[in-house]
Design a protein around this ligand. Structure first.
Ligand code: BT5
Length: 324
């Protein structure tokens, strides 16, 4: 039972750019032509571009670039990751839904994705700006066979995977700033938030929250982010197909998670160090109760950042904000 608006959209698609009569649809549904015109305006708000030919009707110019399941699956080349997709136009945070789904036995690789988040979050409850249709705001539920102490490394697995995917789709070479930022020209293009559901001896689910700025113009960021954030579009000067990039991200996360499960962290560490902008630098690590100054000398086999302090001692840290 299609509504008049659905019928209009269906006919616009089927007409392949040829005009569709508004009058015919009005007659079919017993509506006025003005009512149909209002649906056209609604579709324009939804992101469709629609033209008008006098006396002939409406025709479709462009379709919005949505990150729904159908669009992602067109490009998807994975065994399990992203085979189940829960798509939203808007929600508070994909992390919240992902936690519920994971508790309700969602399968390994289930993806939660939204065009917009109204309460997107970073680490320690910091806000994450997630404008409608401009970026990739996703949470991936993964259930790798790992002990709880191995879970923090999944942030680095995801960071390497996202960086590889960005390289492949755009040709640019981003840097990774330990532990969870991906940067282009020193500005943040991606943040990763890793959360866990765990038993004492076994990880039940890891929720990989990934935010990628894709098609923002500089003006799309709020002032407080204007000097620290960037988007792929700003970097390469043209729009990036989000659905295609998501499919690539899923493909690399699946591939690298398998490598991590079977061969341990060493191969991931090598990849990670190749992208790192942190290693070799004089840094300041700001933690909740402590601030450390020293040289970042690498990451350990567990994914800890190793710092040689100014007095020569070496410390490994799990999580911090790094100032370079
Ligand atoms: C992060 O936290 O970088 C993790 C961000 C994870 C976001 C994803 S989106 C899908 C999923 N659902 C969620 O609700 N979250 C995840 P952190 O390292 O704490 O960085 C947060 C800081 O980055 C903020 O305090 C801002 O300074 C900055 N920031 C906020 N929005 C940004 C954006 N869109 N681009 C670049 N920087 C941003």
């Amino acid at each position: 039972n299609l509504t008049a608006k659905d019928e209009l959209l269906k006919r616009l698609f089927e007409a392949n750019g040829q005009p569709v009569s508004g009058q015919e649809i009005a007659d079919q549904f017993g509506l006025s032509r003005t009512a149909i015109w209002k649906y056209v305006k609604e579709l324009e708000v939804d992101g469709y571009e629609i033209g008008t030919v006098r006396k002939k009707g409406y025709f479709l110019i462009t379709v919005p670039d949505k990150v729904n399941a159908a669009n992602i699956k067109k490009h998807l080349n994975t065994q399990t990751y992203g085979q189940t997709i829960h798509y939203y136009e808007t929600l508070e945070s994909t992390q919240f839904i992902a936690h519920d789904e994971a508790q309700n036995d969602a399968r390994d690789g289930t993806l939660i994705i939204s065009e917009e988040q109204t309460l997107g979050k970073g680490r320690m409850s910091r806000p994450w700006n997630s404008a409608y249709g401009k970026g990739i705001w996703m949470s991936l539920i993964v259930r790798p066979n790992l002990a709880p102490h191995q879970a923090p490394q999944m942030t680095l697995v995801a960071a390497v995977a996202v960086t590889r995917a960005i390289e492949e789709i755009t040709g640019i070479h981003p840097d990774i700033k330990w532990p969870n930022d991906i940067l282009i020209n020193g500005k943040k293009v991606t943040g990763i938030l890793t959360e866990l559901q765990t038993d004492p001896d076994r990880v039940k689910a890891i929720i990989l929250g990934i935010g990628i700025n894709v098609n923002q113009f500089p003006d799309d960021f709020p002032v407080e982010l204007s000097t620290i954030a960037t988007s792929l579009k700003i970097a390469i000067g043209s729009e990036v197909n989000r659905a295609k990039l998501i499919a690539k991200v899923l493909e690399f996360i699946e591939q690298y998670t398998k490598i991590y499960e079977t061969h341990g962290f060493a191969p991931i560490k090598l990849l990670w160090e190749g992208y790192s902008n942190t290693v070799g630098k004089q840094i300041r690590a700001v933690m909740l109760n402590e601030v450390l100054d020293g040289t970042a000398i690498g990451i350990s086999d567990e994914g800890l950042l190793k710092i040689r302090l100014d007095d020569g001692t070496i410390r490994g840290i799990y999580s911090a904000d790094i100032e370079i």
